[in-house]
Design a protein around this ligand. Sequence first.
Ligand code: ADP
Ligand code: G6P
Length: 450
Amino acid sequence: MGRLIIVSNRVPSPRERSQPAGGLAVGLKDALREGESLWFGWSGKQVQLHGGDPVPRLDRVDNVTYATIDLTPLQYEGFYQNFSNGILWPLFHYRVGLMNYSRTDWKTYLAVNAMFARTLLPLLRPDDVIWVHDYHLFPLGQALRDLGVKCRIGFFLHIPFPPWSLVRSLPGADLLLEDMQSYDLIGVQTPEDAENLNHSLQANGLDARGQAFPIGIDPDEFRAQAEKSMEGPEVERLEGSLRGARLVLGVDRLDYSKGLPERFRGYEALLARYPEHRGKVTFLQVAPISRGSVEEYRQLRRQLDELTGRINGAYSEFDWTPIRYITRPLPREVLAGFYRRAEAALITPLRDGMNLVAKEYVAAQNPANPGVLILSHFAGAAPEMDEGILVNPYDPDEIADALHAALTMGLAERRTRWQALEQEVSSTTAISWAADFLRALEAAPVAGRS
Ligand code: ADP
Ligand code: G6P
């Protein structure tokens, strides 16, 4: 096998390169370890360019070369903010009503993909294997083929793939699907996503080559981090501040796909219907602001500010606050300790490609006294993790019942459930995910190229 070329819109920042965080970076770390590789994508910066394409900035760490390009403010707006996150993101999370379609943004999206292809081309060698990631880059494979690239190219979609009846609401969806024929293999998170993708391809008279490869985490690393963090100053401060209260934890980017208002109402319903938990349970939601330039995300933030204020106003005591709500990220190692301290994790997305937080929570638990995972049916992780308490996130009363069940569950049941979940999390890891995909890509028939 030649070099592995990873292409994704986000590339790990220099700080993340030595200690990668998040499924993609962790999973790829191992794949990248063998032989020479290159990771190409956006630098995260916006820079005004006066004509021509940007020149990739090359930065080598061990055997991996990171090649990043800047976007202009107009490219950032049309490609990243509007088309990727204002159109594709809502649509692929089944929220057609939130999709703000514009033909201008579609053109910018295609143009930026073509620009990615042109700037990547000089860095490629004929025996490279290219692996493209996520919805920002659907047309990239075709753009590379148009420039004569004959390497194997695989694609992985980290978000859900909805049924064709929804996807077709996107003007040009058929063209995107046609472009995806350039990939020798298309990976998605779940069998349901694969079925939807393959049906969409067939509905357009195209070859169905979608296959499910559920992504995982590095559970050993996470467990070690959680154990270490329990001894750290942050967990000690948290413990002191809880003053004996049980802890329910939520950890998500501040995104409307995560079901945060519904979750807050579920916790409110717990306090209303099970008053015995008042004063004895604290809900900590960590939700760092994400994509703050997109209007729907700003609206969500306002909604959550209001809900938190209302619920805390109604239920707080002078010495107890029901909801603690933080809109900044926490360092990963601190987060791992908080997971381990929490008696329950409340993870209730309305739709999610996979949801790695659910897997991290399981990996972080103390086997002698594990907490309970409450997980939405609509997380990609749900089919693998049905030993958690699965809930319909749209029903606050169901969330309240699940929370009550979690907070009153005996040790024996918690351990039985956790052991099954832990086995699942350990069997499909980030590393096995990347290896499985790349093996299948190597073996995939090379469609229609000489
Ligand atoms: P998504 O990819 O939609 O953000 P996932 O749950 O699959 O959702 O992955 C999120 C990743 O980001 C996880 O690795 C998680 O630990 C990390 N993360 C999420 N929220 C926070 C936070 N508040 N602080 C630090 N890391 C976070
Ligand atoms: C999800 C997407 C990723 C994206 C990440 C953070 O995990 O699948 O492609 O990078 O969210 O979003 P951002 O817009 O900050 O890159």
